[in-house]
Design a protein around this ligand. Structure first.
Ligand code: GLV
Length: 333
């Protein structure tokens, strides 16, 4: 329990686990969001008045404009590894520490990437819908024949921790040849551990039987997969996006799927989510999930706890566990 001076006030922008909230309440005056509504930017701005910290999710945009209107804010702790909802430069300029939740979700998210790859290549949801619709009346030699996964070529665009987890699953579990493209190459030791080979992006697109996107979203990665990139892929290829909407041009992807320029896609993230491009919804050769790659209870608990621990570490002890802009620490330290 913090004693003496008035306790700092923090905002928890979405519903989290009660024990995580209780932990925060031991240190702070906490305003929570029990209804779990996504607040408008204006409502978020109002609720942040007088708050020293905020626990946010990808749904809350921390913009330069918002920061300028919230002079008491000192730390924003995102319950996500991605932080494209933060204007990090504006946070730094304003002396606001920004944190995220790396590591705790790596293996869970890599599991899901592989699940989506398998579901897409082996036409899992399409065949289940067929069965549930009462259309299954006989065995047939090529019914829902999909693409081979074991022994095929796995391409990974973005080779951070999650990409490496997917590479290891593919190489060691499914005997896949693993190619990757990333701005910087992995060390030879990590490449050997992942049994992964760096190739230029065009080669990755042309050679992958299954291409998984795991790169962070930024202006530089906006529409990293558009019409030109899709045109380089094999007509038998599958594309899996567990990174962020906006990395793929959804309109171009819908066209490529409709015209069978590529075979299928598995998508956990979308441009403008939770709205999904209507053409994607209408296609059968796409597996769609609602941004759940990190969604196991142990992992979501670990993410919420790490975000909360970052608020406590900074506001109580002046340090941070997983800072995005650690420069702020040296300035306030
Ligand atoms: C989820 O999308 C995350 O960035 O953690």
């Amino acid at each position: 329990m913090t004693s003496g001076r008035a306790r700092p006030a923090v905002l928890v922008a979405r519903r989290v686990f009660p024990d995580v909230l209780a932990g925060l309440q031991r240190h702070f005056e906490v305003e929570a969001n029990d209804t779990d509504e996504v607040w408008s930017p204006e409502e978020l701005r109002q609720r942040l008045q007088g708050k020293a910290g905020a626990l946010t999710t990808g749904s809350e945009r921390i913009s330069a404009e918002l920061l300028a209107a919230c002079p008491d804010l000192r730390v924003v702790a995102n319950m996500a590894v991605g932080f494209n909802n933060f204007d990090v430069a504006a946070c730094t300029a304003q002396g606001v520490l920004a944190t995220n939740t790396p590591d705790v979700l790596t293996e869970t998210t890599a599991d899901f990437g592989f699940a989506l790859l398998l579901a897409t290549a082996r036409r899992l949801t399409e065949s289940e819908h067929f069965l549930r619709a009462g259309l299954w009346n006989r065995w047939s030699v090529d019914m829902f024949a999909g693409a081979e996964v074991h022994g095929s070529t796995l391409g990974i665009l973005g080779m951070g921790r999650i990409g490496q987890g997917i590479a290891r699953r593919g190489a060691h579990g499914f005997g896949m040849r693993v190619l990757y493209h990333n701005r910087s190459r992995l060390s030879p030791a990590t490449e050997a551990d992942c049994r992964a080979e760096w190739v230029p992006k065009a080669d990755l697109l042309a050679q992958a039987d299954h291409l998984v996107l795991v790169l962070p979203y930024s202006a530089a990665s906006h529409h990293a997969i558009g019409a030109a990139e899709l045109a380089l892929m094999k007509p038998t290829a599958t594309l899996v996006n567990i990174a962020r909407g906006g990395i793929v041009d959804d309109e171009a992807l819908a066209h490529a799927l409709r015209t069978r320029q590529i075979a299928a896609a598995g998508l956990d993230v979308f441009e403008g989510e939770p709205t999904v491009h209507p053409e994607l919804l209408a296609l059968s050769n796409v597996v769609l999930t609602p941004h759940i790659a990190s969604a196991t209870l142990p992992t979501r608990r670990a993410m919420a706890q790490l975000a909360a621990d970052n608020l406590v570490a900074f506001l109580v002890e002046g340090r941070a566990l997983t800072p995005i802009n650690p420069d702020v620490l040296t300035r306030v330290g």
